[in-house]
Every structure is written in structure tokens, then in C-alpha cells.
Design a protein around this ligand. Structure first.
Ligand SMILES: N[C@@H](CCC(=O)N[C@@H](CS)C(=O)NCC(=O)O)C(=O)O
Length: 261
């Protein structure tokens, strides 16, 4: 049995859940409350010393890093393949996941915390909020978190984060002009990895950014029609949290919109 420590709205958790669901697997679900600091609990940090989700436990092995977890799942459960056979397409899948991990994921944290849960976090007692920020082990990530919670979309990190994100969306749109899936003939690891970032823009009321990229938009609708999207994403998301993200996104859209051109 797979045991997954995860969070419903976390991008990295969603991509692992998409793979688990697409492969028809089940898992023992351990929810980690990221807004209350569950990722910093000593028992959890023993599993994931980076204080982040997801963490997968399988046959006594503790696995961290969502992209590597998904590759592990592909190796362990090849019956529903999610990697193409052609070496050149396998390479292109890994280019997508590498760019997501190295470039897109860090800016997603900036964009998300500047908007989505910011109102919730600002309502927390300052000492509790500060304790959770101070517990982030990576100093760059810690400083960015503090900055965006304090200044929102006016934080100095925000505009660059949007530009990195949009550059990725442009690349996806171009790739999807010629193919149906990022991973070759069928929905695969690159698609599962990219979906949560597209979804995040939608949740933050930046849907027009997606609509301006028609091939990306068609792909997004295609993914949303898959059973694994319902199981791994929709069924797990709490509507009030999604509503809060969207409302907070709408509230800052006038400031964000000029950055999206
Ligand atoms: N490289 C890691 C990144 C994991 C990560 O950043 N997870 C986020 C949620 S998507 C998290 O747990 N954030 C908690 C925090 O930053 O306090 C992976 O791919 O698993």
C-alpha cells in the first residue's frame, strides 16, 4: 500500500496524485496542513527534511521530491505506462519536468502566497505566522515567503515570478500546437507535472492568461475531462479554499493584469 503525505491544493501533491490515479492505484492519505505548519512538525520532518509535501512511503522506503516520486511510480507500476518509448520524446518529458522543478515551481510559491492564502495567513496571530515562516529551512524561500505575505503582489519578487510563469505557459502553448499531449501519444508524466501550475493560474483568477494561449487551453480542457483529474484534484479540493484563492485573485487582478502582457 502506498502511503502519501500530501495536501489537497499543493501543486507537487497534485502531480503525484494524478499519476497514482491515472495508474488506477490507491493510497493511504495523510493530510499535511501547510497553512498551519504541519510540514514543520518534527515527526514529519523526520520523513521530509525539506519541510515540504509530498512524501511517499512504499514498502518501508521514504520517497521525497515529486518528480522522482512520479518516476518511481512509473518504474514500480508500469502496467499503465506514462512515459513514452521513443528516447527523444522521453528527453522532452524530462526537459518539461526539469524546467518545472528548477524554474516554475519556485515562482509558483511566490505567486501563490502573494495572493491565494495571503488573507488567511494575515488573520493568523503574528507569532504563529512568523514561526511558520522562520521554520522554512531554505533562506531564499523563507525571505520570499515573508516578502510576499507582507507586500502581496507589490512585493519586489512578484513581477519576475509572473514573467517566468508566462514564459513556461508560452512554451507549453507552442509545444501543444503540434501534439495532443506533452508526453507523446497519451497523457503522461509531463502532462501530470504541468497541470497543477496551469490549474493554479486558473484558481488565482488568471484564467485569461490561459485563454490567450489557445493550444494550452484545449489541452487544459482535455486534462480536466480525464477521470484522474476528478479523482486526484476535484474530489479533494475544498470549495471554500478554491473560492478564497479566486476571490483574492480577482481582488488584485487590476495590479496583476499589466504584468501579463
Ligand atoms: N521539490 C519539491 C518541492 C515541494 C514543495 O515545494 N511543496 C510545497 C507545496 S507544492 C510545500 O510543501 N510547501 C510548504 C512550504 O513551503 O511551507 C518536490 O517536488 O516535491
Amino acid at each position: 500500500m502506498l502511503k502519501l503525505y500530501h495536501n489537497a491544493i499543493s501543486t507537487c501533491s497534485q502531480k503525484v496524485r494524478l499519476v497514482i490515479a491515472h495508474k488506477g492505484l490507491e493510497f493511504d492519505s495523510q493530510d499535511v496542513d501547510l497553512f498551519e505548519g504541519g510540514q514543520h512538525e518534527p515527526e514529519y520532518v523526520k520523513l521530509n527534511p525539506n519541510h515540504v509535501v509530498p512524501t511517499l512511503v512504499h514498502h518501508g522506503e521514504v520517497l521525497i521530491e515529486s518528480t522522482l516520486i512520479n518516476e518511481y511510480l512509473e518504474d514500480a507500476y508500469p502496467q499503465v505506462p506514462m512515459m513514452p518509448v521513443d528516447p527523444a520524446i522521453r528527453y522532452s518529458v524530462r526537459m518539461v519536468t526539469k524546467r518545472l522543478d528548477e524554474k516554475v515551481h519556485p515562482v509558483t510559491g511566490i505567486i501563490t502566497f502573494a495572493i491565494g492564502p495571503r488573507s488567511l495567513l494575515l488573520q493568523q496571530p503574528k507569532a504563529a505566522r512568523e514561526a511558520n515562516i522562520n521554520a522554512i529551512p531554505d533562506p531564499v524561500r523563507r525571505a520570499a515567503r515573508r516578502s510576499v505575505i507582507e507586500h502581496g503582489v507589490k512585493a519586489p519578487e512578484f513581477a519576475n515570478a509572473i514573467s517566468v510563469m508566462l514564459a513556461f505557459m508560452d512554451t507549453m502553448n507552442e509545444s501543444l500546437e503540434e501534439k495532443i499531449w506533452l508526453s507523446g501519444e497519451s497523457f503522461g508524466l509531463a502532462d501530470a507535472a504541468a497541470l497543477p501550475y496551469v490549474l493554479r493560474l486558473d484558481h488565482l483568477a488568471m484564467t485569461s492568461v490561459l485563454e490567450a494561449r489557445p493550444h494550452l487551453m484545449v489541452w487544459y480542457q482535455r486534462v480536466q475531462a480525464l477521470n484522474c483529474f476528478e479523482t486526484a484534484v476535484t474530489a479533494r479540493l475544498a470549495p471554500p479554499l478554491v473560492e478564497m484563492f479566486r476571490k483574492n485573485g480577482e481582488a488584485v487582478w487590476a495590479d496583476v493584469e499589466p504584468m501579463t502582457h
